[in-house]
Design a protein. Structure first.
Lengths: 106, 90
């Protein structure tokens, strides 16, 4: 088991209920596939530095989780098929720090 | 005839002898890496305010000769900057 961070960027024009759906969908997916979600952060609507698939803004969702190879395969497979996710990034860590939030407003 | 080191004249520390802005001045030579001090900021792709310091106006990475970052930290910096660029943060 090792620690990972996963960031999703969704389309800007989705309603709030849809974003909640996506958020819950992936946390369940991780929990059902030998993994465990430690923390979920919402960074909110941010301006993209350059256009990604014709979009100027994106909604960022950030997961910190524990898992193995199978969970990663399952998550990346599902993300690639998802039309509402523009881009994602998974990073492996030896130790997660769950306290510091760089995108916390206020 | 072998040349001896004595023949070369030492450069005067006058600032007018510098060829360009990026040439290191001799007084700056000993400056230490700002990221390997105690309690240094963490290099991470989420820490955008730190990464932006080491980018030029055209979003290029500034070389360690100018910023005097140690080679190990410079490698880590470039990796984190590239991750942030993928996510569209910088």
């Amino acid at each position: 088991m090792s620690f990972y961070e996963n960031t999703l960027i969704t389309k800007q024009d989705l309603p709030k209920s849809e974003i909640e759906n996506i958020k819950n969908k992936y946390s369940e997916l991780i929990n059902n596939n030998f993994g465990k979600v430690i923390k979920i952060e919402e960074w909110g609507l941010l301006n993209l530095a350059r256009k990604i698939k014709r979009y100027n803004k994106g909604f960022y969702i950030h997961y910190k989780f524990e898992g193995n190879k199978k969970t990663l395969e399952e998550v990346t497979k599902k993300i690639k098929l998802d039309n509402s996710v523009i881009r994602h990034l998974v990073v492996k860590y030896k130790n997660l720090d769950t306290e510091k939030e760089y995108f916390n407003k206020g | 005839m072998k040349r001896k080191g004595k023949k070369f004249n030492k450069k005067s520390p006058n600032s007018l002898t510098k060829l360009s802005l990026f040439q290191k001045s001799e007084s700056r030579f000993g400056s230490k890496c700002p990221l390997s001090v105690k309690n240094a900021p963490i290099i991470d792709y989420k820490n955008i305010s730190l990464l932006k310091k080491y980018l030029s106006e055209n979003h290029k990475i500034i070389s360690s000769k100018i910023t005097s970052i140690s080679s190990g930290k410079q490698k880590k910096l470039t990796r984190e900057i590239k991750k942030a660029k993928v996510l569209g943060l910088i």
